[in-house]
Design a protein around this ligand. Structure first.
Ligand SMILES: [Zn+2]
Length: 257
């Protein structure tokens, strides 16, 4: 009996010291989606993600839940432009900067994240501005990764760049990545050496613990102007009371006139 009781206590302590499964969601990031299509001859558009999991919503949200950030998507429009269906930063006028300048909020934004889904990006899975909203996803390359399972953390990684990771103050290298001698389990390790999970079950804090965010990274990104606060329940109640009283005073004002 004593042994049994001890075991229960030990298990409770282990639970207490284990990392939280997910922080409460206190901030949201809304991503505006532009799907680029090749309209040369017949209309073919860049893929939007796995069936039932458009834009890799599941893995993106599980990764950013570590920081208490929920990510939502708002499909804006298709973009019919054959030149930008396959982009190449090495060709004048055909790079990510050119695409971002032509559509959406027209370049790096302090308040908006525009996501451009294209077919391929020469030499990359994706690209994102450093410390400003705007990213591109090479959907054919991403979808074909891992025998068709898809590279499920590319979007979360590019969002990390938009939120300013990895800053030099946290040891980031010239490319905005966690250096190669640090953990490969970091979300912000370069794609050249990052451990990419094949399933949700291996995203930190579960399984193999891939796509980890450090406490320093979490504190840093929560200051980003790209995020919106989620009102706390108390604030929501106050807001509701305020709205009701405004509605009441409007009715009274109308009644007098
Ligand atoms: Zn990167």
């Amino acid at each position: 009996m004593k042994y049994g009781a001890f075991k229960v206590v030990a298990a409770s302590l282990a639970l207490l010291s284990a990392p939280a499964l997910a922080a409460p969601i206190t901030k949201t990031l809304s991503v505006d989606v532009y799907q680029v299509c090749n309209d040369a001859g017949l209309t073919v558009c860049a893929a939007t993600g796995p069936v039932g999991n458009a834009y890799f919503t599941d893995s993106t949200n599980k990764i950013w839940a570590q920081a208490g950030i929920g990510v939502s998507f708002n499909f804006v429009s298709k973009v019919f432009n054959s030149g930008f269906y396959d982009i190449n930063d090495g060709v004048a006028g055909d790079g990510f900067a050119d695409l971002a300048a032509a559509y959406g909020t027209h370049g790096p934004s302090a308040t908006n994240v525009d996501m451009f889904l294209v077919n391929t990006v020469a030499g990359a899975f994706g690209e994102g501005w450093f410390g400003a909203g705007g990213l591109v996803m090479a959907m054919q390359t991403i979808m074909n990764f891992n025998g068709g399972l898809g590279r499920i953390d590319t979007l979360a990684h590019e969002i990390g760049h938009n939120l300013g990771l990895e800053p030099a103050s946290l040891g980031g290298d010239a490319g905005g990545h966690v250096p190669s001698n640090a953990t490969n389990d970091s979300l912000m390790a370069s794609g050249a050496w990052r451990n990419v999970p094949t399933t949700l079950a291996d995203i930190n804090p579960d399984g193999l613990g891939y796509d980890k965010l450090s406490l320093g990274e979490i504190a840093f990104v929560l200051d980003s102007t790209l995020l919106r606060d989620i009102p706390e329940p108390g604030t929501m109640a106050l807001l509701a009371i305020a709205l009701l009283s405004i509605a009441g005073s409007r009715r009274r004002a109308k009644a007098r006139s």
